[in-house]
Write a protein that binds this ligand. Sequence first.
Ligand code: C2E
Ligand code: CA
Ligand code: CA
Length: 675
Amino acid sequence: MLLPLISMTAIGWIRWFCILVVLFQSIAAAAFTYAISSSDTALDRVLRYDVAWSGAGGRLEMARLQKDVARFALTGDPADAKQARLSYQILLGRMRTWNAGAFHKLLDTSPRLRALFDELFLKIEALENDLNILENLEPEALKVVLADLGSASEPLSRIGTSAYSTSLTQAESIRDTLRERQFIQHVLIAGLFVTGIALLVLTTIQNRSLTRANQRLRDNGERFAFLASHDGLTDLPNRTAFDLALNASLERLHSDDVRIAVLAIDLDGFKAINDTLGHGSGDALLISVANRLSAEVSSWNPRNVVARFGGDEFMVLLHLSGNEDQVVARANQLRQSLRVPHTVPAGTVIIDASMGWSLSGKNDDENTRLQLNADLALNQAKLSGRGSIVAFGPEMRAIITHRNQIDADLSEAIKTGGIVPFYQLQVELGTGRIIGVEALARWRRATGEWISPGEFIPIAESTGQIVEIGRLMLEAACRDARSFPLNVPVSVNISVVQLMRDDIVSVVSDLLAATGLPSHRLRLEVTESAVMADVERALEALSRLKALGVSISLDDFGTGYSSLAYLRSFAWDELKIDRSFVQGIGNDPHSLAIVKTVVALACELEISVVAEGIESHPQHQLLHEAGCMIGQGYLYSKPVPLAELDAAFGRLVSRIAGWRASNGHRQGAALRCLR
Ligand code: C2E
Ligand code: CA
Ligand code: CA
């Protein structure tokens, strides 16, 4: 994770450096252009200011003119006169060029030079007439012309020399400028060269970094793609990948002449292993299970697939040549392979699995539901007990349809007040005193039919509707309890879904405040499985509820895994012995022994014990003799609506009086434990 960050930072720096280099190169290029253009200017000046040559030219032309006039004086030849006139015109032209352009500028640099030239120019112009009539001049006049030329030659020479020296000085300064510019040009070229190489090196480094980053991106992309279709813990294909594989196999079903079976697998008691041995061992077990399943199914057919759908839920796709018997045989093989002990960090674990399966047939519609059907069969397998292998049957779908119907109707019932509490009395076995009432939810459908909570509570728990139902029940029970005879307390069942919510304590305290029921008259019943879902969180919530003044009861005691351990982990006010023990108490000595042990233990821990589901007088007697203080069951009263509670009270009081009169009343063995 850190590496890409570092290289990203490096790439950032390189980019900034490149920008700086490019900036430098732009400035250097501008300076270079300037240096070249200023060299051009200097060269231009060299050409423009080359007055030395023009000065020397003037001096030569004057000398030639003097020579031509002298020759004519000697020969008197008209051709020599003509030659002298031509030389004069050349010299006159030279003088005119001296009076313009660069030479003109030079003359203007010194007033003395200017005056000298002006005088010279007038002198030379004045000779024009004499030269035009050279052949006609007297020898004396010719001497004068030669003398004039001689006198003009001297200032002309001075001007020429001056031009030459000025030109030399200027040439020197121009040379200096050019040298300076050349130096700058060399420096700039070297700079451009070095930065160019630096740029090349940096681009190479950047390219390498980008290539590496690209490689990492590709690797990550492949990993992401793998994770998107695989389970992170076991590396098995996940639900999405399984769906794809199943669809592909379904498409080739008829052409391949194979049958496909889907097997849904759930590990039995995995949660308990996870809770007791820790998540590290839980994970190790899942990996071991995944490896065994993979090894088995791929050895049968390479197209077979094992997927993990989450938790301890696995799904297997099998390609078979046989029929139902082959599926059962394969399922048993898998089960046997899983039952071989697994080594995990905490030790050795033995595990069993429940399986549901469905097999493709002629009906294409049915084939598309193979996975769903396997799931339904797995549900049935889990209900049938550990290690069951169950085939899908159409009746299972009816159960789901019924469930969906209940789910839909329940929403309506919650809104329209169709869910109401019925109340069942709790009796002190020794005295027959009515000491409490349990609120039990009832659903009255629009048709008038009553639906038992055993049917709708599990569905409401799975859909989350239990939260609203639980709130309704709490509110109704707290409100109704204010008018209960003898101000007895009311017990309300709390589902695991409610207990795990952050707002459970505020919901209870708000309802107590809203209904005005004193908190000591409310008892909340939670089951062992609710606590087991997340022991720490559950016990924390229960402690905060208890702090409100509410008492807490452990319901269905004896039906969970490690009941006795939970007794010590919290200051329970009450525990309720499950009906299954009470039912067996008359004819099964084990049930009686268990009840006696639990009662004795609860006495030690100062927890009062309620026996549930007492239906007969002998059960009442046995429980009382076993030391159990409180009973609840049809023997005393069935759950009744609020309107019939007073009557149920009255009936029970007179019945107890009757029993006392006919039987006498035997003292319970553990009366000292009465709450
Ligand atoms: P539970 O809390 O163990 O309630 C006792 C169950 O035993 C009640 O069933 C009650 O009617 C039944 N019962 C009581 N005495 C006898 C008897 O002598 N013989 C027989 N055969 N049965 C007896 P019910 O009302 O059908 O409730 C079933 C379960 O539904 C409850 O078991 C409780 O776990 C759950 N439940 C009921 N109301 C609520 C509720 O408001 N919220 C939650 N979360 N669960 C509820
Ligand atoms: Ca209960
Ligand atoms: Ca119970």
